[in-house]
Design a protein around this ligand. Structure first.
Ligand code: DQA
Length: 149
């Protein structure tokens, strides 16, 4: 059995569906979890889906993923634009990681254009809403050589 893919969600993503729906859409984080899990099943992959508002908790999960996960998908929320600690954890993890964002961060305020974590990721997908996560699963599955059922 292949190791699971960890899908980590950062601050305020627990409020999806209620939070700025004109930017982030109406899907809730549970909806995201369902869609990601379904897509991963197509490739015979399991998902460990987690959310925290705390930077240190995200670092701890990335450290867990280092040994427990085959790959990682991360929407670090606002920590994307601030966190050297998350960058360092991803660099140490040494497993393929995909950065995702629901919104197109490049169409938004200038401070969102820079990501501290992109350089530790095999790729970045943003702007497609929940579909960003599904595309990340597809990209990671291909990278991991997972077979579509
Ligand atoms: C986000 C974009 C970030 O700039 C923002 O801080 C978020 C969500 C996104 O998914 O579009 O919390 O990561």
């Amino acid at each position: 059995m292949a190791k699971p893919i960890y899908v980590l969600n950062g601050p305020n993503l627990n409020l999806l569906g209620q939070r700025e729906p004109e930017v982030y859409g109406h899907a809730t984080l549970d909806d995201v979890r369902d869609r990601v899990t379904t897509r991963a099943k197509d490739f015979g992959l399991a998902i460990e889906f987690l959310q925290s508002n705390k930077e240190g908790q995200l670092v701890d999960w990335i450290q867990d993923a280092r040994t427990e996960a085959g790959g990682l998908i991360i929407n670090a929320g606002a920590y994307t634009h601030t966190s050297v600690a998350i960058l360092d954890a991803l660099l140490a993890a040494d497993i393929p990681c995909v950065e995702v964002h629901l919104s197109n961060i490049f169409q938004r305020e200038e401070f969102r254009h820079h990501s501290y974590i992109s350089s530790a990721c095999v790729g970045v997908i943003c702007g497609f809403g929940v579909k960003s996560y599904e595309l990340a699963v597809e990209a990671l599955a291909e990278r991991l050589g997972a077979d579509r059922d």
